[in-house]
Design a protein around this ligand. Structure first.
Ligand SMILES: Cc1cc2nc3c(=O)[nH]c(=O)nc-3n(C[C@H](O)[C@H](O)[C@H](O)COP(=O)(O)OP(=O)(O)OC[C@H]3O[C@@H](n4cnc5c(N)ncnc54)[C@H](O)[C@@H]3O)c2cc1C
Length: 381
C-alpha cells in the first residue's frame, strides 16, 4: 500500500491514525503537525480551570509515545506550506515530504476579532493547547475577564471562569446566548443560570475597540458602553482551514469539499475534522470526526465505505445551567415548541407534521438526551 501522510495531530488526525492501525499494522504512516503533537482532548480546554488541570495535565501522551504505540513517524513543529499535487510532495519549513495518499486534518482557525486600539495583545483565543497555556499564564493574578461571543465556547469559558472566582462580562452580538442553536426561552434560561453565578451579559452588542487602561484594558462596545477587564477572550467562532487546499486547486467551500468517502476533488487527497465539508456539512465537533475516522480508515484500506451521521446532540459544558442541544438542520421549515417542566425546559423543533427535527433540553431534562436523539432523523443517512 502506498504511504499515507496525515497533516494534523488533533483529534481528527490521531483518531484516523488509530483506526488505520486497527486494520493494518505496517502501512507506512506519517503525521506532520505544526504543534508539539501532544495527545489532548480539545473539549477539555473550556472546562479545565474549574477542574484545576494545567496544560501539562491535559496532555495524555507525547508525540514520541504515540509514534511508538502506532508504529508511525510523527514530525512535530513542522508546518506544511504548500501541497505540490503534480509532484505528490508537501513543502514544509523542514523540507519536502513525499506522499502517496494525503489526509488533511488541519482543523479550524479562530475568526479574527477585528478590534482596533492599543490593547489587542491582551485579547486571547483558545483553540489549542498552546493557546490555553498562554491564556492560563495571562490569567495568573487577574480577576476580570471580558468574553466576546456568547456561543458554545464563550458560554463554557464564562462558566469555567466564574467557577474559579473570576468576574466575567460577555459581549454577545445575538439577542441571547447560542441564538443560532436554541430558541429564546432556552437561551435566556442559560443566561440566567450563568448570571446567578455572576456573569454579566451585554446582548445585541459588539466590541469595537480595546485600549490599555493601567494594568487592564477598556473594551468599547458599539453602543458606547465600556467594559473594564484585565484580559479579553475572543470566542466569536471558528473557520475551517482551507487556504492551503485552495492554493493547491482543491475544491473548497466553507470547508475543504469532500464526498462520503472523505475524498477531495483530488482522489489521492482526503480531508476530515474541522477543516472538512462533507456533503455540504461542516460539523466542528468530536462525534462527526470519530465517524469520519472509521469511514476513512476503511476507504484507505480499499474497503467499500461511506460516511453516515446519526443525530449528534452536543452537551454544552455549563454545569451552572445544564444544556444539551441538537439544532435542526439549517434551513429546515418548522417551529420551536417549548415545555417548561418542574425539572427544566424541553424545546422541540417540529415540522408541519409534528416530526421532531431538533431539540434543546435544559436543567434536569438533559438526562433525556438519548431518548430524544433516537427520535431525530439521521443527519446523513
Ligand atoms: C474550547 C473548545 C471546546 C470544545 N468543546 C467541544 C465539546 O464539548 N464537544 C465537541 O464535540 N466538540 C467540542 N469542540 C470542538 C472539537 O474540539 C473539535 O471539533 C476537534 O477537536 C477538532 O479536531 P481537528 O483534529 O479537526 O482539529 P485540531 O485539533 O485543530 O487539529 C488541527 C491540527 O492541524 C495542524 N495543522 C494545521 N495546519 C497545519 C499546517 N499547515 N502544517 C502542519 N500542521 C498543521 C495543527 O497543528 C493541529 O495539529 C471544542 C472546541 C474548542 C476550541
Amino acid at each position: 500500500m502506498s504511504p499515507i501522510v496525515i497533516i494534523g495531530s488533533g483529534l481528527a488526525g490521531y483518531s484516523l491514525a488509530r483506526e488505520i492501525r486497527k486494520r493494518d499494522g505496517t502501512v507506512p504512516l506519517t503525521l506532520v503537525t505544526a504543534d508539539g503533537g501532544e495527545v489532548y482532548a480539545k473539549p477539555n480546554l473550556s472546562n479545565a480551570l474549574a477542574q484545576r488541570r494545567d496544560p501539562g495535565q491535559l496532555a495524555s501522551e507525547t508525540a514520541e509515545q504515540v509514534a511508538l504505540r502506532l508504529n508511525a513517524t510523527i514530525l512535530t513543529h513542522t508546518r506544511i506550506t504548500a501541497i505540490d499535487r503534480a509532484g505528490k510532495r508537501l513543502l514544509s519549513d523542514g523540507g519536502e515530504i513525499p506522499y502517496g495518499r494525503l489526509v488533511l486534518a488541519l482543523g479550524a482557525d479562530p475568526i479574527p476579532h477585528g478590534l482596533g486600539g492599543d490593547g489587542t495583545d491582551r485579547v486571547h483565543a483558545v483553540n489549542d493547547l498552546d493557546d490555553y497555556a498562554r491564556f492560563r499564564a495571562a490569567l495568573v493574578g487577574k480577576k476580570r475577564v471580558a468574553i466576546i461571543g456568547g456561543g458554545l465556547i464563550g458560554c463554557e469559558f464564562a462558566n469555567d471562569l466564574v467557577a474559579t472566582g473570576h468576574t466575567v462580562e460577555v459581549v454577545q452580538y445575538g439577542p441571547w446566548p447560542l441564538d443560532r442553536l436554541v430558541p429564546e426561552q432556552v437561551g435566556l434560561a442559560l443566561a440566567s443560570g450563568l448570571a446567578q453565578r455572576g456573569v454579566v451579559w451585554h446582548f445585541g452588542r459588539s466590541a469595537k475597540n480595546i485600549e490599555l487602561a493601567g494594568e487592564g484594558v477598556t473594551l468599547a462596545l458599539d453602543d458606547g458602553h465600556r467594559v473594564e477587564a484585565d484580559l479579553v477572550l475572543s470566542a466569536i467562532g471558528l473557520r475551517s482551514r482551507t487556504a492551503m487546499a485552495e492554493a493547491a486547486g482543491l475544491a473548497v467551500n466553507r470547508g475543504i469539499v469532500v464526498d462520503r468517502q472523505l475524498r477531495s476533488s483530488d482522489p489521492d487527497i482526503h480531508a476530515m475534522g474541522d477543516c472538512a465539508e462533507v456533503e455540504g456539512l461542516v460539523l466542528p465537533f468530536v462525534q462527526p470526526l470519530l465517524a469520519q475516522a472509521r469511514t476513512l480508515a476503511a476507504v484507505l484500506a480499499g474497503e467499500e465505505a461511506a460516511i453516515v451521521y446519526p443525530a449528534m446532540p452536543v452537551v454544552v459544558k455549563t454545569p451552572a445551567s445544564p444544556l444539551v442541544v441538537a439544532p435542526p438542520p439549517m434551513g429546515t421549515a418548522g417551529s420551536w415548541q417549548i415545555e417548561a417542566t418542574d425539572k427544566g425546559l424541553i424545546a422541540r423543533y417540529l415540522d408541519s407534521e409534528s416530526n421532531l427535527l431538533g431539540f434543546a433540553l435544559g436543567g434536569g431534562e438533559t438526562g433525556q438526551r438519548l431518548q430524544f436523539a433516537q427520535q431525530l432523523p439521521a443527519m446523513l443517512a
